[in-house]
Write a protein that binds this ligand. Sequence first.
Ligand code: NDP
Length: 327
Amino acid sequence: MPLKKKVTILGSGSAGLTAAIYAARASLQPLVIQGLQAGGQLTITTEVENFPGFPNGILGPTLMEEMQKQAERFGTEFIYDNAKSVDLSKRPFKVETSSEEILTDTLIICTGANAKLLGLESESKLMGHGVSACATCDGFFFKDKVVFVIGGGDTAMEEAVFLTRFAKSVTLVHRRDSFRASKIMVDRAKQTPKVKFLLDTVVEEIRDVGKGEVTSIVVKNIKTNKVEELPADGVFVAIGHRPNTDLFKGQIELNENGYIVTNGVKTSITGVFAAGDVQDEVYKQAITAAGTGCAAALEAQWFLEKEEHAQPQGKINTKKAEAVLHE
Ligand code: NDP
């Protein structure tokens, strides 16, 4: 027998859990399909100092555990699994995990986006311990330090310039000698005295995994094959993000970079909402994700209320509901 829900939320990062808190407090008994990286990207960070309400900072994993407890307190159900498939072609929408089939009146997509990584073993081992994929989040920890930014796109330029507020020196390492970034961003980085450039260069290793902190990087010039070890305190990987939208391809409108297109938090499908990084190419912050998660839950609640209003027996009448929505 499929599970029947009014609100199903895909993803359990800051957007998904905030949506769950709001939907649960509206007595909608939401279901959260957590995904196998439960808690989302904050679970791979250490200290979070920019989430309001924690003047002394809070560990990313702890923040997510607290949000989950808050959602549970008001009656959210959780399934620790990935969604394997979704069918958004008709309502109720269908979501399948490896063990459950769920029919849901509304769906809130909060599957996030993952920072692309270089793929080095040392990079993943030192993530959160000197290696970061978010300068806005972690730049503050690098006061008077020597940092490297990897990438040649707008994000890398922006992060390099931003990091000069804190760091003693910032070196941008890029694998080519020309940039994907827009000219204005490159010019801004070039005009920032503290930013140096290391071009035609790839990072081969980040040291020192044994010490659990960044002490140096090993780089190779791909034109000369010269390898050198450079002292470092921090490495910011800024080579782009990948939204987790494979499940929805062909069913919902995505932009050219694969992000869900939203109007507020409404998607191209009535009754499907999206919140957090899966629809946000710009801010990508835990607090903005939480904000859109809240908005998505409110929109789902209002959508269901309008529908109930249109159908006094409380049964779903999609045609009537759509007519109400488009009034
Ligand atoms: P992009 O995809 O634009 O750039 C990624 C960069 O990382 C490229 O220079 C690429 O190199 C490099 N790269 C990719 N994979 C690797 C790898 N494995 N090893 C080394 N280098 C690698 O991503 P961004 O995050 O920079 O930008 C995403 C979007 O957001 C863009 O549309 C951008 O314009 C926008 N943006 C706009 C901003 C603004 O206007 N203020 C600020 C930030 C982002 P290569 O070029 O050789 O492929």
